[in-house]
Design a protein around this ligand. Structure first.
Ligand code: ZN
Length: 81
């Protein structure tokens, strides 16, 4: 699987906003079908039926944030050391 740390953060996000389990499953399916050249999709926009690519922003402390340019949600991925 691609980027398991980010995947975990995005799933936590979907759970934190009480996304319906069906939608979470749909997102997981989508993730597993991601090709290496595709950007990671924003889960918030995905719930709205849109696919928006997450953009990495510069690391802050021990997190590597990704931001959705459309809904401006930020996802903080902890950096492993
Ligand atoms: Zn978004």
């Amino acid at each position: 699987m691609q980027n398991p740390a980010l995947f975990h953060v995005l799933l936590d996000y979907l759970e934190s906003i009480n996304a319906p389990p069906m939608e979470i499953e749909r997102f997981v399916d989508r993730w597993h079908r991601l090709r290496s050249h595709e950007s990671f999709p924003c889960p918030a926009c995905f719930l709205m039926g849109e696919e928006q690519p997450l953009l990495p922003v510069s690391a802050q402390g021990n997190v590597e944030p990704l931001v959705c340019p459309t809904c401006r949600t930020q996802y903080n991925v902890p950096i492993d050391d």
